[in-house]
Design a protein around this ligand. Structure first.
Ligand code: ASP
Length: 355
């Protein structure tokens, strides 16, 4: 009797298991992910091998984290958040820790994320206390009725949803501080006091661990396609060195530096944000795909090399489509970038003469 009962329950469990399995949507797409770590005057002549290796390792670590999420059937949004959180913690990139300074000597962080499946989006600007602005952008999308929050209100919302808060000095790096001083001297602007909580100034000059002018860039962005066929985009940045007056760039502006729609493509941009805002670069790329039927590579090249250049703007984009086409384009000497598709080979690039 007892054995009958256990046999019956084993059969029941097996049936429940089978039907639960049947409810899982079968994977319909091969995943793919593209990442950038900023565009700018990034040239072999000004980059020593150690620095270059550190950047390439940073790109690899981040894209592998995103790829792992996708390979475990995670969503494009989860992959983007995972990859960008790593870049936000990497002081080489201008996002999170390692962000550039405002003319007042502060780190004001911007980020955005967009879900191509639902057209939901979240964005934040001028965040100073939230360790991972990309997670905050996602929380705005998923846990608030809004799309964009700025300044202390955004940090207060982050705290209310349990996101890690840090002292603003957490984001301080000596390299970015020195880059600020150089820029302020160039512009003839006053130099603010060293931020409270920053480590003491080094007594000997620190070695440069970034290429000249790269301080202006280093924004990070990721676009991804998951196995359900959904695409998404995310971007995170400290903006431009010595920015003033509460300046906000394109990265957190939906349609300018960040955009995603399953109807067309997902895009993340980097460069001088003012041009990207004026052109609505990210949405513009997707418009060419959606309404002109352009292949994604042609669309990104048209926007960067024709439209952006016509305004004398500089920068680049990465993009992905729901059918797995990946693309990047930039008109600067370099752009930190990486991409990989399921079953394919990881490709990492820095300079413009690399594929
Ligand atoms: N696009 C960013 C901004 O203008 C900066 C960058 O990409 O480096 O804020």
């Amino acid at each position: 009797m007892k054995s009958w009962k256990s046999l019956l329950s084993a059969v029941a469990i097996a049936i429940i298991g089978l039907s639960a399995h049947a409810q899982q949507p079968a994977p319909t797409h091969r995943w793919a992910i593209v990442l950038h770590g900023g565009a700018g005057v990034i040239e072999r002549a000004s980059m020593d091998p150690k620095t270059e290796a550190a950047y390439r390792a940073g790109l690899k670590e981040a894209i592998e984290a995103g790829a792992k999420v996708l390979d475990n059937n995670g969503s494009a949004l989860d992959a983007i958040e995972a990859a960008i959180r790593i870049l936000e913690d990497n002081p080489l990139f201008n996002a999170g820790r390692g962000a550039v300074f405002t003319a007042n000597g502060k780190n004001e962080l911007d980020a955005a994320i967009m879900d191509g499946a639902t057209l939901r989006a979240g964005a934040v600007a001028e965040v100073t206390r939230t360790r991972h602005p990309i997670s905050l952008a996602r929380a705005v999308m998923e846990k608030s009725p809004h799309v964009m929050l700025v300044g202390p209100g955004a940090d207060a919302f982050a705290q209310s949803v349990g996101l890690e808060q840090v002292d603003p000095s957490f984001f301080f790096t000596e390299n970015r501080w020195q880059a600020l001083i150089r820029e302020l001297k160039k512009e003839g602007l006053p130099i603010p006091p060293r931020p409270a909580g920053a480590p003491p100034a080094p007594s000997t000059p620190i070695a440069e661990i970034e290429p000249p002018d790269a301080h202006k860039y280093g924004t990070v962005g990721v676009v991804a396609l998951d196995r359900s066929g959904h695409i998404a985009a995310g971007t995170s940045t400290g903006g431009l060195t010595a920015k003033r007056w509460g300046r906000v760039g394109d990265s957190p502006i939906i349609g300018a530096g960040t955009y995603a729609s399953n109807q067309s493509c997902a895009v993340s941009g980097t460069g001088t944000g003012e041009y990207f805002i004026r052109l609505g670069v990210a949405r513009e790329v997707c418009n060419l795909v959606q309404f002109k039927g352009m292949p994604i590579q042609q669309a990104v090249d048209a926007v960067i090399h024709t439209e952006l250049e016509a305004l004398h703007g500089d920068g680049g984009v990465i993009a992905i489509t729901p059918d797995g086409q990946m693309a990047w384009s930039f008109n600067t000497p370099g752009m930190f970038r990486a991409r990989i598709a399921e079953g394919g080979k990881l490709q990492i690039g820095v300079y413009s003469d690399e594929p």
